[in-house]
Design a protein around this ligand. Structure first.
Ligand code: SF4
Ligand code: FES
Length: 248
């Protein structure tokens, strides 16, 4: 199949950026959006031009490195899939497709399709450490965690840090991401000592660095780890336990 690809080009954070149009032929419908960008880059390199800069690593939905906007939709047209799993099968032969970076005030563009997502690292840093007794190795069953509780914690721990929730949110909120981290740790006894301090500082950081939550729910639709809106409820619950009022 052949596609007309409009791709965002931006030399650096100070450049205004623009769309560039290329025809890419010989694509198979089962290819991913990233593989289509690979094909485009081969074309550009063969003609002596700069390839499009974009991020990816595992290409298996695990690492969270990928993230582009496809025809205005974060990650791509299919809900709950990362860009590396979005297939061209949804596009007609000869169609146009517009690829741009994740768009959010909290994610400035570094180059082409690469954005700076270090604000999410700042949130994790704000969460601080979890103290453990590092003496002799404890017995595996000395701190029992019920199966249901462990499964719930693991559901929240599935977040891959891709930032799609922030980019999909009209407010640029990081409540889903932050709520997932807080919920995950609040369910495990080994991380309970710092619970209140962690919630205090992560909620503060989320509200300072990112937008407020208005419960649009777009974050959960875009999330490739299927973190649901219970993470937002957990965010609000942890904020209340930390003695913080909701910032409107
Ligand atoms: S909550 Fe979902 S969308 Fe947000 S960073 Fe984690 S995996 Fe990505
Ligand atoms: S490249 Fe790792 S999740 Fe997409």
């Amino acid at each position: 199949m052949k596609l007309r690809v409009e791709v965002w080009r931006q030399a650096d954070p100070t450049d205004r950026g623009h769309f560039e149009t290329h025809e890419v032929d010989g694509l198979e419908p089962h290819l991913s959006v990233l593989e289509m960008l690979d094909a485009l880059n081969e074309q550009l390199i063969d003609s002596g031009r700069e390839p499009v800069a974009f991020e990816s690593d595992c290409r298996e939905g695990i690492c969270g490195a990928c993230g582009v906007t496809v025809d205005g939709q974060v990650h791509g047209p299919e809900d709950n899939l990362p860009s590396c799993h979005q297939r061209l099968i949804n596009l007609d032969d000869g169609a146009s497709v517009r690829i741009e970076p994740l768009r959010s005030a909290g994610f400035p563009v570094v180059r082409d399709l690469i954005v700076d997502r270090s604000g999410l690292d700042d949130l994790i840093r704000a969460g601080g450490y979890v103290s453990i007794n590092a003496g002799t190795a404890p017995d595996a069953d000395s701190l029992p965690v019920g199966e249901q509780q462990a499964e719930k914690a693991l559901d929240f721990a599935a977040c891959i840090g891709c930032g799609a929730c922030v980019a999909a949110c009209p407010n640029g909120s990081a409540h889903l991401f932050t709520g997932a981290k807080l919920a995950h740790l609040s369910m495990l006894p080994m991380a309970s000592t710092e619970r209140q301090r962690r919630a205090h500082s992560m909620v503060r950081a989320a509200e300072e660095l990112f937008g407020p939550c208005s419960y649009y729910g777009e974050c959960a639709r875009a999330c490739p780890a299927e973190i649901n809106l219970n993470a937002i409820a957990a965010f609000n619950h942890e904020r209340m336990l930390a003695g913080l009022k909701r910032r409107l």
